[in-house]
Design a protein. Sequence first.
Lengths: 172, 429
Amino acid sequence: MKPEHVDEFRAFVMGSQGHLRRSAYVLCGDWHLAEDLVQSAYDRVFRAWHRVRAMDLPDAYARKVVYRCFLDSKARQRESTTLDALGDGPTAPADDADIRLTILAALADLAPRTRAVVALRYWEDQSVEQTAAMLGISTGTVKSMAARGLAQLRERLGESFSTLLPDSTDIR
Amino acid sequence: MKHTSENDIPELAARALINRLFDGVEPPHRAGMAESSITHGAEVSRRRVYTVAGTAVCVLAIAAGAVVVANRGADNRDDWSLVTGTVPPTSASAFEDQAPTYSDKIREIQAELPGLLTPLLPAGLTVRYDTTRQGPISSRTGDVSPDFMVRVGAKDYVLQIDADNTGYEDAFTRNPATVPVQVVGGTIRVRTLPSSGSDDGGSAFSTWFEYLPADTSKPPIRILIYGDSVSASAQGPLDVEAFKKLVNAPGFKAVADLLDPSVPASATAVRQRYEIETRIAAETAWILPPGFRLKLSPAIPWALELVGPRGVNTFGWADTADGAPDPTCRKATLCYDAGSGALKQVAPDSKPRMGRYVYAASDGSGKTGYLTVLGKPALGMNIDPAVMGKADAEAAPEGPGLTPQQAMAILKAPNLSLVIANVERAMAG
């Protein structure tokens, strides 16, 4: 690979790392695992960099790889580790750390593919069609998974749900 | 108005909910992600080239009837370079403790106890955790008795949470024996004894406190407070009446739960460990050899562990400016001590070792660096005190240590002192 292309890749990592790491954190709920996930994605992106760099939106490709890496790892591993093991219940959260843990525990209860759909739709603001294309599933499946995921979150969070929203949230 | 539908969560609420995950401070980013992928990618390409080239060479050799003689390799006695091309990238989850650890529990006690205990004490007494105090470790069980400071006015006393009942029965059964006092949910005993004398010649004391729950499935709570007495008669800051009030107070249950060893550390404590380890990883990524990282020991609350591809080692490091460490170890040479205390010069033989590596700089700075790479936490009469801890708290396999080349790379790294100081700061929270 040409040195200037390697430099381009470095710049790409610098610019995309922050958001991808957050996306991976929403998916797996652990900063260490999130960075492992992003690292695996960058490994794949680098190996295909000669093609990726020519794309209009290399960030979108990298995001797709992160989500695919997450689903691949879940398919191999089946069970999530940290959050499931911690098993926090829906008690009233006291501070920011508790709020994070409560939300992460609720997300961790979703099946991996449902979690990916919820993250893409409501964290990445992807449309139903974009989500379907990214995960390789039908738009109907995206809609039903999104609805089921939100309902499960609501059920899992129980009474603590309203306390988890920022005070400024104005939703009717 | 917040949404409170019984059936589902509207999309905007879902966005707001997920966004809350990022309300707090995020751990620093892992360093060198791009370089790791570039190295990894280059290695994959190299393997492909070698596979193709190797196949071609075999075909030619068979055709020519040639005999291939393996290259035994050049003498590497002066080669201190690290072989990095074939080392897999460091995985942050390798040998990581996913569940709450013993050390998490101790760190949580150190962080939370002052806030829970101070409101239960008589006015004017405050409890604080002093990060310079580690507390003793039981040689029988490996349990830590965390130390705190109790302040009354300008005077400090040591408050120690007991882990293995050392000395308590002796104190309570001294003539006349201490009579238990009934309190809510159990009994207490309090005994103050004069000590051998304070540093300034005044009187000193030790006060032993014990709470024995009536429910025998609950653990006893034992606390020792000691220091120099303010009066001529050896007297501590807390008497039996004050301890009785403390135990009867509604807030005491939270103290008892915190100190109960059967209650694991909270999820928050585990998260805090991850955040500390993320900060440590960011500080040390460029100074450690490829394939290694540092994590907090699950068995010794103030210790680090070196995580390598094959397992973990209890790890310590220091960088001093006090000149030559030992007359037998010359400047600008790497010396090694397997545990006998005798340093010997070591060559770059690529053999991983456990023990102590020492390197004295020859640049006029007078700096000497020390690395201790030891076994897993253990108990016993003959073990190194640096590895004494909760032996069963570390389930990962024991690593083989560091090679001289790896040790040299760490010890010769620029700004080693700064990295060590930053890691200590991260560990102190």
